[in-house]
Design a protein around this ligand. Sequence first.
Ligand code: SF4
Length: 734
Amino acid sequence: PKDANLDWKKGPCRFCGVGCGILVGTENGKAVAVKGDPNCSVNKGLLCVKGYHQIMCIQSKDRLTHALVKKNGRYVQTPLDEALDIVANKMKETIAKHGKDSVAMYTSGQSTIPEGYVASKLMKGAIGTNNLDCNARLCMASAVTGFLTSFGADEPMGCYEDIDYADYFITWGNNMAEMHPVLFSRMLEQKSRRGAKIIDFATRTTRSSTASDRSILFEPQTDLAVANAICYEIIKNGWVNKSFVEKHCNFSKGLTNIGYGLEDKFNFTDKPEKIDFEAYKEFLKDYSPEKVSKYSKVSVKDIKYLASIYGNPNKKVVSYWCMGMNQHTRGTWINNLVYNIHLLTGKISQPGNGPFSLTGQPSACGTAREVGTFTHKLPHGVVMNKKDREMAAKIWKVPVERIPSKPTYHATEMFRAVDRGDIKFIWTQVTNPLVSLPKTGRYRPAMEKKSCFVVVSDVFPTPTSDVADVILPASWHIEKGGLYGNSERRTQHWDKMVEGPGETTPDAWMTIEVAKRMGYGDLFPYSKENHVEEIYNEYKQFHEGAKHGMAPLEVLKKESGVIWPYVNGKSTQWRFNAKYDPACSNGEDFHFYGKPDGKAVIWQRPFEEAPEKPDKEYPFWLNTGRVVEHWHTGSMTRRIPILHQAMPNAYVEFHPDDAKSLGIRNGENIKVTSRRGSCILPASINERGLPTKGQVFVPFFDENMLINDVTLDAFCPISKEPDYKKCAVKVERV
Ligand code: SF4
C-alpha cells in the first residue's frame, strides 16, 4: 500500500527490550504496514527483521479468538462472560477452601504497565497474597538485585545516547547482534564513523563476535573471576579514580540474600559488613591475571587488555550485558562485579561511560520492575517495607494490613508449589512457562495435575495453553492501547490501532472483570474505553518526585517515549550525576541517593563454581539462548511466515572439532541429554555460531524441540533467577 493512503500511528515494537519506535499503517481498520519511527531516538527509523514483520502474526489462522473451557477433556468454545465467571468463581472457591495463598498469577515482562498494575492490585491489594511473579524473573532479576545492592536504586543510570559518546563497548556474554540488533547497529555506526571499538567477551563465538574488534572467550562461570582480575589490575596499575572512590563509594562484603523475607527458609545468615580498601585489595590477591587465566582460559594478555581499557582515564567505556550475566547462579554477584569496575575507575553516570544492563522483554523495566509484578514488589517499593505498603494501601484504598509483608513464591518456586499441590489455582498471562521454564519436564506434569486449576490468557495456542482448564483470548498489542517501559527507563505509550478478532480482550480488562466478579469492583472503577489512561494516572502517583517522576499522559501521547525521572518537563538521562540529575542533593558532583549515605557499594564477591559442570558421564557444557528471527518461545514469530522460513527449527550447535571427533555431520539428528531430560535436534556445524570446544548451544524458541526439558533450575540465591547458560549434557547420534 502507498504510504500516503494509510493512517499511521506510533507505538513501541512488540518484541525486545530495545524498545524501538514503530509506525503502523492501517487501512480500512486493518494493520497493513510497519516502518521504523524516524522520530524515535531509540532506533531513528530503523527496525530489525522481527520489528518489520511483527503485524503478520495477528493474521495467523490459529488465533485464539474465543474463550475455551475444558469440559470432559475437550475444549468447548464459551462466551467470554461465562468463561470469566468460571475463572472468578474458581478463584473465590479456591481461596475459601484453601486460603488466599493457594491462588497465584504468573505474568510477564511483555504485559503492559496497566496489565501489570491491575494484576498487582488484584493479588496484593484486593485478595491479599504476594503470589504474583512474572517471567522477567527468568531474564533480568539479577540485574535488579545487582542495582539494589550496589546503588540502592534499580535500572541503568545511563541511556542509549551513551552509544554516541563511548570509545569502547565491552559486551559481557551478550550477543547483541541477534538479541539487541538495532542497538548493535548503532554501535557499528559509531565504529565506522569515529572508530569506536567493540570488544566481545563471551563463552562462544557469535555474530556479535565476528562484527567486533576483538573477541575474547572465557570458560562458563569464570566471568566472576575475570571481573575480579580486572579490578586487581586496575588497582595494581594505579588506575583507581581515587577521589571518586573516596567521595562516592563504600566497600562491603557478605549479604548473600537481600530482604526477600526468605532468610529462614534458605538459611542465609550473613549480613553485609563494611570493609576498607586495604581489605578489598587483600581479597583480590587471589585474582591476579596469572591465577585466573588458569581456570578462566582467558590469556593473561587479554585480562590485562580488558583492564587497560577500563583503566585508561582518556577513554570512555560502556559495558553491556543481558541474560549471559543475569541467568547465572551468581547473577547478582556478577552484576556487582561489573559495577565494581566502573566504580573503581569512576566511569559511571556520564555520557559514554557506564554499566548498562539490557532487558530482554519490551516492558521488563516498565511493568515487571516499575509496576513490580514480582512477589516481593509493590509499585514503587517492596512488600517488606512498611512505608511502601502504606503508600500502596493509600493509593489502592485498601487496609494496609491486607498487603502481606512477606514475599511468597518467585517463578521457579511458584511452579514447584504447583507441583507440590500448595498452589491450586494459577493464571498465566502473556507468557508460555511450559516452554520457557528451566527443567520443564518437572513442571509440565505439575501443571497437568488435577489438583491445580490452570487459566491461560494468550493470543495463540501454546504448550502452556494445552494444559489449561480455561483459555482466555487476549488482544495483541496494537489491538489494545498500552504503555511499555524499555531498557533505558523510557516509558512508551500507544493507542489502540485496530480491532482484534472475535472476543479477544486486553488482559488488563479481563483481570478487572474477574476482580469485579470476585466482589472487588469498588477497587477497579475503570471504564472499558479509557482504562489504560485511568490506570496510568492512578499508577503515576506511586512515582512522583525527582527520583522517579514519570511523564504525564499528554506528553507520552505525543512523544515516542519519555525517559524517567521526568522533572520540570525534562527527562533525566544520566542519574546520580549532579550535572544532569536534579535529584542529586549532597552538594557533590555525584550522589548515589538510593543508598542512605549517598554512596555506591563496591562488593567483595568471590568466584564460585557452577552447580553442575561437565564430567565423564555428561562431558559437554550446554548453553541456551535466542536467535535474531525469533522472539523468546516463538509463539508469535513462528507464525510470521518469513521468519519461520528463515529459521524453521531449533538446532544444536557444535564446534567442528567436537563434531569431527564424534563423527557428527551437519543436519544429523542428535540427542542432547542431561540428568533431567533429553531433546533431539539437528546438528549445526559451522553455520551461525561457533561454540567453544566442549560446549554445545541450543536456541529455546522451538516448542517441538524443548531444550528446557534439559536445562537446570538452579538459581541465584539473591535474585532467584535460574541459570540457563550452563549445565552438563551428553550428546549422541540418533
Ligand atoms: Fe523490535 Fe527489538 Fe528489533 Fe527493535 S531491536 S525492532 S525493539 S525486536
